[in-house]
Structure formats: structure tokens, C-alpha cells
Design a protein around this ligand. Structure first.
Ligand code: GCB
Length: 599
């Protein structure tokens, strides 16, 4: 059955107005969605790199690439024989000299292009960690801050017919007022870590769209389509051939078209990750996407997927390829990590602690794994910095902008372990939550907190950020950072928000794979047995918890983190993996596997 409705509801007008305000305030340029369906020229591959630990390249204006003309001329830089850096790729893992490098590496790519008459051209980066200054043919075309989200610049008027030189100053220095700030427990892989593409479009093209079920509905899509270019009114047609569904809408004076239609969708779920081929056609553009339909909501103290309660069997994952020890980015990397999560019995992955590549999100959706997308608002953030609201908003916009049509994404996590004592934390994060709800009113929003008290075998859960969270997300390390305060089976819970669902977003402890001979009753030996006991005790404790809707061990694989300096056991790795970096399963893996199988 195919009902086509063209009612304009208040709900979407509000959503769209807010979206527009956000975009105008922060970026000036919206990053287009679904670039895989567009006319692309990849700039991936071999680039040249100049390492600039002292920052002299800026003073020398390295992007001008001056060449000696007179006999007396010389310039103290040249890309000519510079080392090759592969893009996408973090630079740290590509050259020994760069292993621990945090600073500037200039990247250069030469390419040839010829832009057809009447077309527009955009330069799109999947992600650059952390700051990117981009120069084309000696001219600066823009800057971007933030290591894990896409951005683009229009270069229609800057591209030359024939040879072009693209130079990107990539800097991965930590910044006090960055996102994240100075301190974090993962490896700071710098570089052009995701794809770089040229995107050619017509003068007027479909820039963005939102096609997902309206909150709580199992049959009605509520969304919009937005054109870029002239704002002449245009017909837009959305088709889902498998459902025999053809829906028509029309853009208004702002190039915006409301979308609302119903159908008898086969719903996406972990058991049946159904996706449909969806096409969008305007007078001047045609895009194909693969979209699924499902509802996610909280009702009382439960999480409902497609209106049925679900227990979230989750695992934390960092974006690191455990075999190659570099920043993960490809489909193959995603499959390696996600198949491991699947083998563990997971139906959700928490992509910690920043937006992972689009490959990760899409592969998870394809494999039937729900995704928890997270902003790198991690621990000590300078919320009172005057630039912080704009940075937060931009990153939110870029994360939600990219992933909003992925039904696999069920949670937007807006912060992790921030501290109530940090000035302006509460109001800045409250504002961010409101903005997130305005961008997408259908998914769950949460803030992850570790401020709970734990004394006399009672856990006091209270942080004010939970006012803004659909689910209470708790990180706790009882049995590791905090010794057990009584019998796990007798743990008491005092949760200030008794009506909300509770999710344990982190728990665990460290162990070295194969370390089974040392005493298993002492933390300082990093034994598998000690870690295993933490897990069995935790599972006993979970039975004492009210409103528990899921758990998420920290984490799947051991991963690099330079603050982990124990020279016998850690060697620069956080050893809380259920598996070693080589994929060897520790005893705790089997405990979680059995727990998930029982759920
Ligand atoms: C946490 C953090 C996570 C750390 C983990 C640990 O609470 O959220 O990023 O890596 O603890 O291993 O200490």
C-alpha cells in the first residue's frame, strides 16, 4: 500500500528552521550528504609530506611553493623529493620519525582537472585530524577544526584547467580549547585520515536531505530535502522501488521541500537489517541512497526498538586497526572491528569517543548492529572559552549532518565524563542538547557520566546532565579503579532519576593476554583471571540494578594509549580489551559472550 501525504506539519518547520540557523551561524557551507552517490574524483593515494616541527612553514609561506628564478635565489623548502604519505592515512604510523609526532605535517597533492562548462566543483575531506588549512594553487581556500567529521569547500572559481596543486597544513597539536582538549586516553593519530574527493555538481543540486521515520511511527517518514544553487522552485521525486512508492514534493523559495509519506515498510532491526534503495530526483540532480526504517524510543524505563523492549548488548570500540596499529578508516577495517563485535554477541557498538568513519556506520547498519555516535566532548573541556559554543555546534552539525539518514544510528552521545565543577559545563551542554534535538528529534540523546558516588556498597547516581539524557549512561570501574565496597550481589542503587532507563556505558579492568600464571587476586599483575573476576562480579551486580537496559564493556581490543606506561604489562597500550590487539580472546571475553548469549 502506498499512501502519499503532503501535509506540512509544525514539527518539520521547526526542525528545518533550526537547521538553517545552525548552518548559517557556524559554517557558511553545509557539507553535502551521501557523497558516494555523486560524481567523484578521488584524491586519495600518494601525497608528499613535509614535517614541520617548529612551525617554520607558516613563516616561509610554504604553500606559495616559490622556485628560484635569479642565480642568487633559494628557498628552504621543497616538496620535490619529500617523503610519500598515503591518504587516507594517519601520518604517525607511516614513518618512524612520526610515531609520536604531534605538530604540523604539510601534505601536497598534484592533480589534473578540467571542469565542464556550467558545473560546480567541491573539495571534500572525510576528516583531517585536527586542524586543516587548505591551499589550492597558492591560495588559501579555508580552514577546518575538528578531527573526526567531514567538511568541504567550493572551488568552482579556483580550479585551473589542467594541473593543480593542493596543499594542506595538517596539525594535530592538542589544544586547551579543542574538542577533545589536552588529555585523552587514546592515540592522537594526526593526518588526512579519511577520503579526499572532488565532487562535481550541476549548478543546482540536492545538497542535503533527511529521510527517516518520524518519532514513534512505524510507517510514516517525516523529513525534508534541501537544494543548493538557485532557489527557483523545483519538483522533487522520492522513490522506493521495492515498495512501489513514488512521492512528490516541491521546493519553496528557500530551496527547501518538506517530506512526509507513509508506507508498509519492512523494519530494520538487528535480526533483520532491512535496507531499501531510495532515489531522490530533482530537475537537475539524481541521488541514490540505501536507507532503513525503524523506530527507537524510550518509554518509561525501557528502550523500545520498533515498539518492542530491547536489551542493549554493546561493546566500546576505538577507531584503530588492531592488526596494523593505525587509524582505521576503510570498509575492511570496519568489517574487522564489527565482525568481532558481532562474534561477541553485540547488537550495539559504542563508537568511542568521536565520530568514526562513515564506513563504520554504514557497515554496522548493514550487519544489523545499532550505532552509538559520540562527540569528542571528553573529560576536561574548556566550556567557558568564548569559541566553545561555535565549536560544539559545528561538530554536532557535522556529525548529525553526516549520519542522520542512517537508521542504524540510535543514540547521539554528546559528552563523556565531563565534570560538574568545570565552569559553564551545565549550560553549554544543555544548549547543545537542545540543538541536537532540533536537528533530529527522533533519536535518543545521552551524556555519559562517571560522577556517581560509591560508598557503603551504595551507588549514588546524580549528575545534572541526566536531566538532558534519554538514558542514564554510567561509566563505572568497580573492581578496578575502585575496589568493591561490599558484595556485588548486595549493591544498592540510589538513582536521582528513577524513571529513566539505565545503561552501563563502561566497565572493566586491564589484563595482558596469556598472563595466567601470576596471582589472580592482585590487580598489579594484570592477569586474565583478575579481569575475568571483575567481569563475573559486574554481572552479579547488574542483577541489583533498577531499569538496566544494557551494558557496554570497555572495550573490544587492547589499543594504543601513551599514558599507559607500565613497561612490563602495558607498553603504551590500554589493556582493558576483551581481546589483545592481535585478536586473542582473554578469559573475560568468554564471560561477556555467555552473558550476551543469555540475554
Ligand atoms: C574511562 C574513559 C575511557 C578510558 C577508560 C580507561 O572512563 O571514558 O576513555 O579509556 O576510562 O581505560 O580508564
Amino acid at each position: 500500500m502506498n499512501k502519499c501525504i503532503r501535509t506540512i506539519t509544525k514539527e518539520w518547520i521547526w526542525v528545518f528552521l533550526f537547521t538553517m540557523i545552525s548552518i548559517e551561524l557556524v559554517n557558511g557551507q553545509t557539507t553535502m550528504v551521501n557523497i558516494q552517490s555523486r560524481e567523484l574524483t578521488s584524491l586519495n593515494g600518494e601525497w608528499k609530506g613535509i614535517i614541520d616541527p617548529t612551525g617554520t612553514g607558516e613563516y616561509l609561506q610554504l604553500w606559495t611553493e616559490k622556485k628560484p628564478v635569479k642565480k642568487t635565489d633559494f628557498y628552504e623548502y621543497s616538496f620535490e623529493e619529500a617523503p610519500v604519505l598515503n591518504v587516507p592515512g594517519d601520518f604517525n604510523s607511516q614513518m618512524n620519525e612520526l610515531t609520536y609526532f604531534e605538530g604540523t605535517v604539510w601534505h601536497k597533492k598534484e592533480f589534473s582537472y578540467s571542469l565542464s562548462e556550467g558545473k560546480r566543483l567541491f573539495l571534500h575531506f572525510g576528516a583531517v585530524n585536527y586542524l586543516a588549512d587548505v591551499y589550492l594553487n597558492g591560495e588559501k581556500i579555508g580552514t577546518h577544526e575538528g578531527g573526526f567529521t567531514p567538511f568541504q569547500f567550493e572551488i568552482t572559481d579556483k580550479i585551473k584547467d589542467g594541473d593543480n596543486a593542493l596543499i594542506v597544513k595538517v596539525n594535530n597539536n592538542r589544544k586547551g580549547n579543542g574538542l577533545p582538549g589536552y588529555g585523552y586516553d587514546w592515540f592522537n593519530y594526526g593526518g588526512i585520515t579519511r577520503d579526499v574527493d572532488l565532487i562535481e555538481t550541476d549548478d543546482i543540486f540536492i545538497e542535503d536531505y533527511f529521510i527517516q521515520l518520524r518519532k514513534g511511527s512505524l510507517d510514516t517518514v517525516l523529513g525534508w530535502v534541501k537544494m543548493n544553487g538557485s532557489h527557483e522552485k523545483q519538483d522533487i521525486e522520492i522513490e522506493v522501488p521495492e515498495l512501489n512508492l513514488r512521492y512528490k514534493t516541491r521546493t519553496d523559495d528557500d530551496g527547501f521541500a518538506p517530506v512526509e509519506f507513509s508506507s508498509d515498510f519492512g523494519l530494520w532491526s538487528p535480526e533483520g537489517p532491512k535496507l531499501y534503495r531510495v532515489t531522490l530526483k530533482s530537475d537537475t540532480d539524481f541521488l541514490v541512497d540505501t536507507i532503513g526504517f525503524r523506530s527507537i524510543e524510550v518509554q518509561g524505563n525501557q528502550v523500545l526498538l520498533n515498539r518492542k523492549p530491547i536489551f542493549l548488548k554493546a561493546v566500546n570500540i576505538h577507531e584503530e586497526n588492531p592488526q596494523r596499529m593505525n587509524r582505521a578508516y576503510s570498509k575492511e577495517d570496519a568489517q574487522l572491528l564489527l565482525n568481532s563485535a558481532k562474534e561477541l554477541g553485540c547488537n550495539l557498538v559504542r563508537l568511542a569517543h568521536y565520530p568514526h568513519s562513515e564506513n563504520m556506520v554504514k557497515e554496522a547498519e548493514r550487519l544489523g548492529i545499532m550505532v552509538w555516535d559520540e562527540l569528542p566532548v571528553y573529560q576536561h573541556i574548556q566550556f567557558s572559552d568564548s569559541l566553545m559554543p561555535a565549536k560544539l555546534e559545528q561538530m554536532l552539525q557535522e556529525m548529525v549532518g553526516r549520519d542522520k539518514n542512517r537508521c542504524g544510528v540510535v543514540v547521539w552521545a554528546l559528552s563523556n565524563e565531563t565534570y560538574p565543577s568545570t565552569p559553564r559545563r551545565d549550560d553549554r551542554l544543555a544548549e547543545l542538547t537542545q540543538k541536537c534535538r532540533a536537528l533530529d528529534s527522533a533519536r535518543l540523546i545521552t551524556h555519559v557520566v562517571n560522577t556517581q558516588g560509591y560508598k557503603n556498597n551504595t551507588v549514588e547516581v546524580w549528575d545534572s546532565l541526566y536531566h538532558h539524557s534519554d538514558i542514564i549512561a554510567i561509566n563505572e570501574y568497580f573492581g578496578w579503579y575502585l575496589p568493591w565496597q561490599g558484595k556485588p550481589s548486595e549493591t544498592k542503587w540510589n538513582i536521582s532519576f528513577p524513571d529513566k532507563p539505565v545503561f552501563i556505558s563502561e566497565f572493566g579492568g586491564e589484563a595482558v593476554y596469556g598472563n595466567t600464571d601470576a596471582p589472580t587476586d592482585q590487580a598489579a599483575y594484570w592477569t586474565e583471571g583478575y579481569q575475568e573476576k571483575i567481569y563475573t562480579d559486574q554481572i552479579v551486580m547488574f542483577n541489583t540494578m533498577p531499569n538496566l537496559v544494557g551494558v557496554c564493556p570497555w572495550l573490544l581490543y587492547d589499543y594504543r594509549s601513551l599514558g599507559r606506561m607500565h613497561s612490563v604489562y602495558q607498553k603504551g597500550y590500554n589493556r582493558k580489551g576483551l581481546m589483545s590487539e592481535k585478536g586473542e580472546k582473554k578469559k573475560a571475553w568468554y564471560v561477556i559472550k555467555a552473558y550476551f548469549d543469555s540475554k
